[in-house]
Ligand binder design. Sequence first.
Ligand code: T46
Length: 134
Amino acid sequence: MGKLISLIELPTVPDDGFLTIGQHPHIPFTIKRFYYIYDCTPNLLRGSHAHHKTRQILFCLRGSVRMVLDDGKNKEEIILDKPHIGVILDKLIWHDMCDIQKDTFMLVIASHSYNKKDYIRDYEEFKKITNGNK
Ligand code: T46
């Protein structure tokens, strides 16, 4: 796995089933927001943007999703299909969510509240910003 994909593995207790725990220091930021994504149209591309400031961790609690991360220079991908493994979506990382299954249920925790202005949805603008950072 390259430097773009950074996974968080949450501790899991077998307890008549499994119980997975997310807390500091496993979550590397203060959580200001969380949201779920589910009942998606299968295989419809989601994401396709980056954030100026918001850092996030995406967990695929059920089903699977192929995450493609891009820092403006390199791309890497990973299939998420385990409820205790999350991928860090850092600020200024373009992310595509692909091959979403009908039963896929995703939980995303975020470092900032929702702000439309935090989104970069134009890939050319993203390339300009990230190349300026190098
Ligand atoms: C991300 C990936 C992983 C809100 O009103 N509040 C919110 O907190 C969020 C996250 C979304 N919305 C609205 C904005 C849109 O009208 O929900 C609608 C769907 O959002 P979007 O098209 O951005 O959904 P995704 O699945 O492409 O992206 C989402 C998050 O928006 C995004 O921040 O990183 O999941």
